[in-house]
Design a protein. Structure first.
Length: 201
């Protein structure tokens, strides 16, 4: 297992990335809801129960977007309970690992508070929406708040944030690749990719 705290690395990259260069998103009505299509297609073919749970969580995330609920850990935890089919989805209590142990996400007395601050920043209109969506996706991925299902939580948070501003991506499949905490170019490229997907019909 790597000794490097990849969460600390991500927080540095997060500060150094020029998020203001992200594209401006358009409110266009896509031919299909990419998240729903992804769930009903490849996810359902692989695991129908997983797909059903994801769609239930997505319904909650969309409803929360419509009412502009505060984006906080309680909101993500409610979605995650649906994702995992569990009664509780607490914040992790130990260091977490991903990518076969190549990344380790440390846990300190500040981790949960820092995560909450990052979630609050996601709804601050100072940055372009594509940048905020990309950044909060990576925040969830690298804070790794849950014991399981963090990739799904990250994607739900991204589509929720877009839905708050009436934007639905026509596909989400291209977002489903590994992201690395020490990759500043990859962080900026994710915002660009969101812009590209926003322009597809």
């Amino acid at each position: 297992m790597t000794a490097t705290d990849s969460l600390a690395v991500w927080l540095r990259i997060r500060r150094e990335t020029n998020w203001h260069q992200a594209p401006v998103l358009r409110r266009v009505l896509p031919a299909s809801d990419g998240f729903r299509t992804w769930c009903e297609g490849p996810v359902s073919r692989r695991d129908p129960v997983r797909a059903k749970r994801l769609l239930a969580a997505y319904a909650l995330a969309r409803a929360d977007a419509e009412r502009h609920a505060p984006l906080d850990f309680a909101l993500l935890s409610a979605w995650q309970r649906e994702v995992l089919g569990e009664a509780e989805a607490p914040f992790r209590t130990n260091d977490a690992c991903a990518k076969a142990g190549r990344e380790r996400y440390g846990l300190t007395s500040r981790t949960q508070a820092d995560f909450l601050l990052c979630l609050r920043e996601a709804t601050d209109a100072e940055l372009p929406l594509a940048a905020r969506a990309a950044r909060v996706y990576l925040d969830v991925a690298f804070f790794h708040p849950f014991a399981d299902g963090n990739a799904r939580a990250a994607l739900l948070t991204l589509v929720h944030l877009l839905a708050r501003e009436d934007i639905v991506l026509p596909e989400v499949g291209p977002l489903q690749i590994n992201r690395y905490a020490d990759d500043p170019a990859g962080a900026a490229d994710l915002a660009t990719l969101i812009g590209v997907l926003n322009r597809r019909r």
